[in-house]
Design a protein around this ligand. Structure first.
Ligand SMILES: Nc1ncnc2c1ncn2[C@@H]1O[C@H](COP(=O)(O)OP(=O)(O)OP(=O)(O)O)[C@@H](O)[C@H]1O
Length: 140
């Protein structure tokens, strides 16, 4: 015999919207906590944080154009994103494979490779954007 379906409780659209917003706010909080936890435990990220402050300060000093800011911002964000993914993959790998395993090593090496490529891209962008400006300041 078919079970009778329970009638759905009516939730006013405004209340639905509120709970949706609350869930989004909670997800945002979890994401920020992820960045903070990684920042506290990972020396690489602390280095990136210092480098980010330096780059933003240099950008303000040299009054970068909007396009230059966009390039620098994307580069900085891509290094942070790669480093956070790397940390997540390292953490998961340590969880599922605390002992030695070639696949665990491969996962970590590939994740580290992503960070390396993002960092190389950022160095190229940094050199192209800031290089000529710093060069022009050097005494001749
Ligand atoms: N469980 C494992 N099995 C096999 N090889 C591993 C394993 N763990 C680490 N390795 C190898 O050692 C390298 C360094 O791993 P490790 O976990 O120390 O990361 P790391 O790059 O030093 O990062 P961090 O400095 O953030 O800890 C890996 O890239 C991988 O080649």
């Amino acid at each position: 015999m078919l079970e009778e379906e329970e009638p759905e409780t009516y939730v006013p659209p405004a209340a639905q919207q509120r709970s949706l917003l609350r869930r989004r706010a909670a997800s945002f909080g979890h994401a920020l906590r992820g960045v903070w936890v990684a920042l506290r435990s990972e020396l690489h990220l602390q280095f990136h944080a210092a480098a980010t402050v330096l780059v933003l300060g240099l950008g303000a000093y040299f009054q970068l154009s909007p396009t230059e800011w966009a390039l620098v911002g994307l580069s900085v964000a891509s290094v942070w994103a790669a480093e956070l993914f790397n940390t997540a993959i390292e953490t998961l790998t340590n969880l599922v494979s605390p002992g030695y395993h070639p696949l665990a090593g491969k996962a970590k090496d590939v994740a580290a490779g992503a960070v390396l490529l993002a960092a190389l891209g950022a160095v190229v962008v940094g050199g192209l954007v800031f290089g000529p400006k710093v060069w022009a300041l050097l005494p001749r």
